[in-house]
Ligand binder design. Sequence first.
Ligand code: NAI
Length: 345
Amino acid sequence: MIKVAFFDAKAYDMPSFKHYGRLHDMEFKFLETKLTEDTAELANGCDAVCVFVNDTVNAAIIDKLHEHGIRIIALRCAGYNNVDIRHAFGKIHVVHVPAYSPYAVAEHAAALLLTSVRRIHKAYNRTRDFNFSLNGLTGFDLHGKTVGVVGTGKIGRIFIDICRGFGMQVIAYDRFPAEGSGITYVSLDELLQQSDIISLHCPLTDETRHMIGSEAIGKMKKGVVILNTSRGALIDAEALLEGIKARKVGAACLDVYEEEADIFFEDRSGHILNDELLARLISMPNVIVTSHQAFLTEEALNNIAETTVNNIRSYFDGDGLCDNELCYRCGKIEQCRKERKQKCF
Ligand code: NAI
């Protein structure tokens, strides 16, 4: 029986993990707390830890987990910017779920876009109050508008297909453009200048951190709609707020926020929100915030649980090779196999 310490457990992800765990002889120790230096102790006696987007997996925590005999860190998400992959090398193996439902995220981005431009969130609240006035609810057609997609990976491409369905003109920027994909690539500057709507679908890296800041916003069209379902720190939230106050940014739809770690996923109603910036953004009539829920569909939850359990199993079974292992040296374990016919460690 493989024992897995499951940090930041939520009611919505436990059933699927219990189900797939039973099928693969794996026991989950569900912990409500996030993984931090103080809580790393709780993994004692386990073989693996399972973490989510807002758990901290820095060098000190990796060392602690290593001391406790943890052999594998299983991310139950795609992004791994919260893990010090380089430090883990040679100590603990790291696996992730590269794709669970790119449709879930792309469709959420589309839902946010439609909600924002057709003022559905306002209409919903009004009619519940039997207020049937249309004043202030004027939107705009998506048809014929230019959408700029930053990052044309799995999610970005599905979002592009959805936008094309609406008759929008799609332009894209990607550090590594996909040849032969039929996507019209432009430079980031051109994308910022030409887009009526900008949607972010690239990972958070040193290079992409705050890629949407005051300089980038300065280059955008007046009234631009900005969508972020990727990672909060892609946007400098203070610069975004300034752009909104200056009436430059027409609307912002944020599923992620740079400082979300201690706020999102929890019920904070009845509490005073200490994050003034987030409170100010939420107070804006043209900002919609969802709390990192783009992934949250039944299909995605099942895929996440199944892939995570398989990732952990494949490490403990047979040759220990797992297709979803992250290796800082080659990025992906397949490269280790292709080039060195073995894992890097
Ligand atoms: P992917 O790896 O398939 O695609 C990412 C794309 O970004 C690639 O085409 C890559 O070349 C491109 N890219 C890399 N560096 C770039 C740069 N500096 N500038 C522009 N493009 C760059 O990833 P996928 O599955 O499409 O996910 C995208 C992001 O969505 C993830 O990194 C993750 O942060 C976020 N995400 C958010 C979720 C949510 O619930 N809100 C759920 C799942 C993922």
